[in-house]
Each structure stands twice: as structure tokens, then as C-alpha cells.
Design a protein around this ligand. Structure first.
Ligand code: AMP
Length: 210
């Protein structure tokens, strides 16, 4: 079985940022299911057409499609996988522990109100996908990407109704996984309001490759 690390947390808790940093340090593959699903939507594939309205409403995509996307994206020969945005419910968590050797689950703990304010100001580059935030990480020129000059847009599922739906899904389906992973002895909770570097350092001193 291949080693897996999971980042768990409410939307806006910084899972993606930390998953990317850990992937760079370890050479593990970083799998972000939301990005993979959005890619399918943009490509207009059969799967993309099937999931588009679900994602736009902010609901969870069905488990069998998520498993399909995960399996199709695995890189053969990678030393391990970092899951970001997976699992999001009990069935997915059970699938994970039966298919991978789960080394660690990092729970990035953020209050609902802070998550809301982080999501509400979010903008993303329509060309290269870089993330910005109107107050926490604004672009040098409003509406324009610092990296590629692409136009900044608000993701359809960052619309207020979709945000409310995604937060509700987090508390209804995902939050309880904290206890599931804690019982398995693999959970480490980190306050998500620390700086990116502080969180990175905590993870670095917790997880090293042998
Ligand atoms: P994210 O960018 O991680 O917030 O994901 C965007 C959307 O993709 C979510 O609102 C869901 O519709 C879908 N999605 C991502 N990961 C999962 C998952 N593990 N299970 C079901 N749906 C997911």
C-alpha cells in the first residue's frame, strides 16, 4: 500500500497551501480533488458535465465519481500521496484507510466566521489559477494577476449561496472525521490562524521521511 497524508479543514483553512509545500519537500504527489473536478468541468468531459451543477451549488460530488477521479490521477512511482479535500465524508474516509497506508491527518482548525471572511474575498486568476484575497493577499493591480496578467475572477462556487452550502456540507459530513482519525491515532490538529511559515514548521518537525 502507498503512504498517504491528508489535510482536513474547513474551506479557506489553508489546506492547499500546506499540501503544496509538503509535496515540494517530500516529493509526494499532491491531489486536490476540487481542482481535478474543476479541470474536468473546464475540459467539458462527460464527468465534467455530470458534476458541473453539483459543484456550482456547493454540494458534494458522489463518492463513486470521486474515487474514479482519485484513481485516474495517481502517479505511478510517486513515494506517497497528499490528499487535500479528500476524504469529506465517512464512506470516503473508510475507502481511504482500506486502500492507503495513512501516515498522518493534519486538521487545520479555523473558526466558521474566519473561514467565511477568507472565502468571501477570494479571487482566482482565470488563466493560471493563482489565488488572491482582497484584503489578505491583494494583487498589485486590482483584478489583474501578478504572475501572468490574467483577469481575476470569483469562482462560481464562491458565490454567497454556494459558500453557505459548502460550509453546511463541511459541518454535516466532514467535521466528524476528526474524531474518526483521532481514534485511529493519526490526527494532528494545528491552529489555522498561525502564519503559513509557522504551520509549515509545525508540519516539518512532525513529519519527516525516514
Ligand atoms: P474545493 O475546491 O476543495 O472546495 O472543492 C470544490 C468542490 O468540488 C466541492 O464543493 C465539491 O462539490 C467537490 N469536491 C471536492 N472534493 C470532494 C470530495 N472529496 N467529495 C465530494 N465532492 C468533492
Amino acid at each position: 500500500m502507498i503512504d498517504a497524508i491528508v489535510f482536513l479543514g474547513i474551506q479557506g483553512s489553508g489546506k492547499g497551501t500546506q499540501a503544496k509545500l509538503l509535496a515540494e519537500r517530500t516529493g509526494f504527489q499532491h491531489i486536490n480533488i476540487g481542482d481535478l473536478l474543476r479541470e474536468q468541468v473546464n475540459l467539458g468531459t462527460e464527468l465534467g458535465i455530470e458534476v458541473k451543477s453539483v459543484i456550482t451549488r456547493g454540494e458534494l460530488v458522489s463518492d463513486h465519481l470521486v474515487f474514479k477521479v482519485v484513481e485516474a490521477s495517481l502517479c505511478p512511482g510517486c513515494p506517497g500521496i497528499i490528499f487535500d479535500g479528500f476524504p469529506r465524508n465517512q464512506a470516503q474516509a473508510e475507502h481511504l484507510v482500506s486502500h492507503y497506508r495513512l501516515a498522518r491527518v493534519y486538521y487545520l482548525d479555523l473558526s466558521e466566521s474566519e473561514a467565511l471572511s477568507r472565502m468571501q474575498g477570494r479571487q482566482v486568476c482565470s488563466k493560471c489559477g493563482a489565488n488572491y484575497h482582497l484584503t489578505n493577499h491583494p494583487p498589485a493591480q486590482p483584478g489583474v494577476c501578478d504572475i501572468c496578467n490574467g483577469a481575476l475572477i470569483i469562482r462560481a462556487d464562491d458565490a454567497p449561496e454556494a459558500i453557505a452550502c459548502r460550509i453546511k456540507a463541511f459541518f454535516q459530513e466532514t467535521y466528524a472525521l476528526k474524531d474518526f482519525f483521532s481514534r485511529l491515532g493519526v490526527l494532528k490538529t494545528i491552529p489555522a490562524n498561525l502564519s503559513v511559515t509557522e504551520i509549515e514548521n509545525i508540519i516539518q518537525s512532525d513529519f519527516t521521511l525516514d
